[in-house]
Write a protein that binds this ligand. Sequence first.
Ligand SMILES: *Cc1c(COP(=O)(O)O)cnc(C)c1O
Length: 383
Amino acid sequence: MSSINMSSTIPINKPWIGEEERGEVLNVLEENILTSAAKDGGKRVREFESLLRDYLKVKYVVAVNSGTTSLYAALLAADIKQGDEILLPSFTFVATANSVVATGAKPVFVDINKDDFTMDVCDLKAKITNKSKAIIPVHLYGHPSDMDEIIEIGDKHSLDIIEDACQSLGSTYKEKQTGTMGIMGCFSLYASKVLTCGEGGAVATNNDNLADNLKMIRNHGMIEGYDTRIFGLNFRLPELSAAIAKAQMNKLSKMLNLRRKNAELLTNLLSPITDKSKIKLPTETDEKKFNWYLYTITFEKNNIRDKTKNNMTNDKFGVTVYYKPAVHKTPYYERLAPSNKNDDLTQTEWASEHVLSLPVHPSVTNQDIERMAQSLKIHSLLD
Ligand SMILES: *Cc1c(COP(=O)(O)O)cnc(C)c1O
């Protein structure tokens, strides 16, 4: 079969790997020390932690083996357990909720803002009970949540704030890095994220005691071996992965700049059609600066969203609808808490039907962005 268009699809995200990563990986293989069960971890783990600590300007970073385990370890360190209620959005990757369920606590889903898809603070207030123990704001798509308001509510009700910054490394809120404003911030190094080593994660904190506990929790609760003091599991990041993460840290600013360049070009090209196509573009504010993990636009009409998505997919742009269904609508969570079905999560359900994310990762070229904007223009025109 002959093909007219031999070019391959531009994926929604893609690791930006080069000589730096290769060199680091070969060094680990040469030294032949692939992991370390010491409390402070292996050489590359410590080097990666130190680079991330400096970038975030926090006292501690504890590397783990996924974003999911960073959330689970943080909840364990905060002493979350059965009977506790944890407030979190349903419009997120399911890992946020799964890590809560893993502790035995109950996830309580909070609705989102239509503007930037982060936690709605009014709904947050309404869902606090005397069992509430912690809030997990998710900086979705790299959009910072309303942290001042969330911290104020947390203080008032003595709730711990654990940030899910898995998508937001490099995003800032009032010039502070996301993941550094709660008692702990959780990061993912999964292959789609802005900084990756395939699978990996990290917890940031300024609290001595939490940092100490996190190091034990990632290592079966041990300090010196066979002296389990608290509950933990094996959440250690392998040295080969840490070596890649370390090399990626040295390119972080460069990668974020390329994402920003792509996002800004896309905004320039799409701004003239927002009225005609009835779409809304993601916009930063003075307080909230994005890492441009995903460039997520909103369609006024669901049928145009779906039509545009299908046609752009045919045009080989890896445009993606994230979080449809939202977590509370997935079969497991419907069984877990049938009552959630009727929870007031109106904006969450609306968002699932109206958003579309576009690729702006570092390998996307200006030419790709121009072609993508053109494709979107053609397909999103109202009939
Ligand atoms: C990716 C992600 C996670 C989980 O990270 P993994 O490294 O895939 O385990 C958690 N929360 C959010 C919002 C994410 O995007």
